[in-house]
Design a protein. Structure first.
Ligand code: SF4
Length: 207
């Protein structure tokens, strides 16, 4: 497959045709998990954009790319790329602050594995995200049990599944829009996952 856009390094910003007013920010390939369904296992990009980054962007790189791409019609910026954005938590926070300062009308969403708090035990990740200006959080639940989660996502951190649920509860305390998502793979009981989302009063998405 060819990737006409940013083929030299990888796109820092990209779009999906289904969300024409949304810009996605791709700031790392790194991740705490190694999910069997991860796109990185199958391709180098999506929607005509190469997303595999030979080099991680600086904050200035991301800011410049965002400003070059932004149109008056855009409504939303989403942190979602080939890796887990919160592996670069400070960059997510700084970019969120910068975007909110200059473009306060844009909705900001973080798509995340929900494991930032587990990694950064001495920080208050949800509070920091909220104070920076993040509007909504979408968390990958991926499975209805720890056993299935571990088999599917192969987390590098111990206690990952419990941490995802704890992070979701913390998000629910301070964000009005929190979503849990799953990938429709054969071993996963979608209905049980939805029940977990319902119980936590979260929106539910099958990706
Ligand atoms: S959490 Fe997302 S980026 Fe990380 S391995 Fe899983 S699917 Fe890929």
């Amino acid at each position: 497959m060819s990737y006409p856009r940013d083929s030299q390094n990888g796109a820092i910003v990209y779009r999906y045709s289904v969300s024409p007013n949304t810009i996605y920010l791709n700031i790392t390939n790194r991740c705490r998990n190694s999910c069997s369904f991860c796109l990185k296992n199958y391709c180098s990009g999506i929607s005509g954009y190469r997303l595999w980054l030979e080099q991680e962007p600086t904050i200035k790189d991301a800011w410049d790319s965002l400003n070059a791409e932004l149109k008056d019609s855009d409504k939303e910026i989403v942190f979602c790329g080939f890796g887990e954005p919160t592996v670069r938590l400070d960059m997510v926070l700084e970019l969120t602050r910068m975007i909110k300062e200059i473009y306060p009308y844009l909705h900001l969403r973080l798509n995340t594995d929900g494991l930032a708090q587990l990694q950064h035990v001495n920080r208050k990740v949800t509070k920091e995200l909220k104070e920076a200006g993040m509007n909504s959080i979408s968390i990958s639940l991926n499975a209805e049990t720890q056993e299935k989660y571990n088999a599917l996502c192969k987390p590098s951190l111990i206690g990952a599944y419990e941490a995802v649920l704890d992070f979701t509860k913390e998000c629910k305390d301070i964000f009005s829009h929190v979503r849990l998502s799953v990938v429709n793979v054969s071993d996963i009981n979608i209905q049980k996952c939805k029940k977990i989302a319902d119980k936590l009063d979260c929106e539910f998405l099958i990706r």
